[in-house]
Design a binder for this molecule. Structure first.
Ligand SMILES: [Mn+2]
Length: 367
């Protein structure tokens, strides 16, 4: 008989009340949940396509298969960032993942979230808040459900979700054979990129990275790390530098109207700007279709980036804290009003309007 109390709570660092941090024996709980839910296939959902999410999803899929469950994988949005495209091509992930656009329903699946813990994420489109996840494995703050209601909820503030997956793999003593070796590369890339080349990795990330890279080739890994950057990246960077506005230690800038496949430039540019001497908070925005996408970075430990984002941008924002104490956040906001009115000739005026609103949100009001 399935005993929900026994299996329902495997740790969450940010419980509302009565929670506990649980870092040992995380794998046995997962086995219990897979045994008890395996009548339906597990559907692993990647909301934000990045190496950590892809690696974690593929790793979890293999764990579920080994533990006797059926599994499918789906991604939201686009595989657009050049590194994601390189990873998709190299490891043939087109055959592993479906696009959420190909789904009509989540009914009949045990939905699993990796590297994300929000059921209200706008990228889920029509599936937003229509499901109760069965498995959640994540390292971000700001989950929007009660953890004890999720049969397996593992949310811990490590540097990468892939670190948690590697810990489960090690606890289960799983060894990937030659045909599954690509999973080691994917998980290693996940840890490497989410921890900024291991610079912001914590001890658990470094241990997991060491474990998963034991038998893999450095040249293969470096090809995936030093992927070629497209021309649009440099153009967007120039745009951002030209429009950069600094007040005190806060920086606001934008890359204007961009194509969906340039959206990941926002976070790359935010990462570079936060390193600027004297800067502690960076907000970079761009407009994609009728949405404003925002990427933020914070290195002032006295400021909670999650609170900063939620207060200003509401529920469609989030943030995580890296093990070295830096905050990384993002938001997606509607520009609904403009869907009819927007045209090629008024784009710059709309961008100015967005900028004025963001100035009032990001910079402290002057006395
Ligand atoms: Mn991640």
């Amino acid at each position: 008989m399935f005993d929900i109390d026994k299996w329902s709570w495997y740790g969450c660092l940010f419980p509302k009340e009565g929670g506990k941090t649980m870092t040992t024996n995380i794998a046995s709980g997962l086995k219990g949940v897979i045994d008890n839910f395996n009548e339906k296939p597990f559907l692993i959902v990647v909301t934000q396509v990045d190496p950590d999410a892809l690696g974690s999803a593929c790793g979890l899929a293999e764990i579920i298969r080994i533990l006797g469950g059926k599994v499918e994988l789906v991604y939201c949005g686009y595989v657009a960032h050049p590194q994601n495209r390189a990873i998709f091509n190299r490891y043939n992930l087109e055959t592993v993942f479906k696009s959420i656009a190909d789904f009509t329903t989540f009914d009949g699946y045990n939905v699993c979230l990796v590297d994300s813990s929000t059921i209200g994420d706008v990228r889920l489109g029509p599936f937003k808040r229509t499901f109760k996840p069965v498995i959640v494995i994540d390292h971000h703050r700001g989950h929007d459900f009660e953890c004890p209601e999720v049969p397996y909820c593992l949310i811990e503030e490590v540097g990468a979700c892939a670190t948690l997956i590697v810990e489960i793999i090690n606890e289960l003593n799983l060894v990937f054979d030659e045909s599954k070796k690509y999973l080691s590369y994917l998980l290693a890339l996940g840890i490497y990129t989410d921890t900024k080349s291991l610079i912001s990795a914590g001890e658990r990330d470094r241990t997991a990275f060491g474990e998963i890279t034991k038998n893999i080739s450095e040249t293969e890994l470096s090809k995936m790390i030093e992927y070629p950057l497209p021309d649009t990246y440099y153009r967007n960077m120039k745009h951002a530098l030209q429009r950069m506005e600094q007040r005190g230690s806060r920086v606001l800038t934008n890359i204007g109207y961009i194509k969906p496949d340039e959206g990941d430039d926002l976070s790359t540019i935010a990462d570079l700007l936060i390193r600027h001497d004297g800067v502690s908070l960076v907000v970079v925005w761009g407009v994609i279709g009728d949405k404003v996408r925002i990427s933020s970075r914070n290195r002032d430990i006295s400021v909670s980036l999650l609170t900063f984002m939620k207060e200003r941008f509401g529920e469609r924002s989030g943030a995580k804290l890296t093990p070295d104490g830096r905050g990384e956040g993002g938001a997606i906001l509607d520009l609904n009003f403009y869907t009819f009115w927007l045209c090629d000739t008024n784009r710059s005026v709309v961008a100015d309007a967005v900028n004025l609103k963001l100035q009032s949100l990001v910079f402290p009001t002057e006395e």
